[in-house]
Design a protein around this ligand. Sequence first.
Ligand SMILES: *Cc1c(COP(=O)(O)O)cnc(C)c1O
Length: 355
Amino acid sequence: MIPVTKPFLPPIEEYDVFVKQIWKRQWLTNNGPLVNELELKLKEHLNLPHLLFVTNGTIAIQLAIKALGLKGEIITTPFSYVATTSSIVWEGCKPVFVDIDKNTLNIDPLAIESAITPSTSAILATHCFGNPCDIDAIQIIAEKHGLKVIYDAAHCFGTKYKGKSVFEYGDVSTTSFHATKLYHTIEGGAVFTKDSSVLERIAYMRNFGHSGPVSFNCVGINGKNSEFHAAMGLANLKSVGNIIKKRKELSRIYDACLPKEFMRPSLQKNTDYNYSYYPVIIESEEKLLVLIEILNRNEIFPRRYFYPTLNKLPYIGKVEMPVSEDISKRIICLPLYFDLTEEEVHLICRTVNRA
Ligand SMILES: *Cc1c(COP(=O)(O)O)cnc(C)c1O
């Protein structure tokens, strides 16, 4: 069976080195030494000044919204994972959807301005499949209207825009280190911001608001992560270069061997891509369903991602997002993961071509 993704597991000895340290110290959680070490190593690896390791990518978005003090309406994309929208609603704000650009699959900056009202406080956009949004255009709009920008960069580990980690952009960027992501800590996530006062607030907020053993700075939540998760992150960090290299090679085979009629999202200019997914857009939903059926019969399991669009969530007022809905019906992500072999990608391509 070939699934759409498989979590990467490091050589067990590499994980074990860190686990032995945990046993020796008997320090399991609460921002321990391995969490600190992971934060340091991630900063070095990504060449970034600031980040905080948190429980998961969803808490990361919620902490960003809370720490920026956002209220009212937040402009966002309907073409993302549910956590992007649910976090806005969970934080008591209203998601206002703006449709995507049909080529990049990211929020369409040209459509943002007409969705701005006196209640708009921010733009929360996803760099879909690791492909950066039109960051420059969004920045200009945000500055003109005094809005904050949060990027859900859950797909972006290793992506660079204009030579810098894409996590550097926006007032706050967030990412996920979930087991299904290119780089993972089993469960986990991170928050990135250049604003030291926002970073400080998030640091308090992820630890119940504690400013000392018996004192509190603000309302907080439990957004910490454990030594075991940090251990997995430290072990996996050694392999991340190889992971991206392998995904790139497999993506190149797909590029060469898939039918030429398949459409692919177009990459933002000035981007070093991380090859986190291999989405293809098919002519019609009918053909897509036939293709999935044939692939499944051959034990190949692509995923409809993202489907359905987030404007269709049951707790969202009815709005239509024609571009997103159209793309969402016709897009699948093909299998792409470290353990996938070149032979398997050739097999998938042959099966697709026969279909
Ligand atoms: C995975 C993902 C999240 C959520 O991250 P978790 O770590 O699973 O909470 C949020 N947004 C996007 C776009 C994602 O793909």
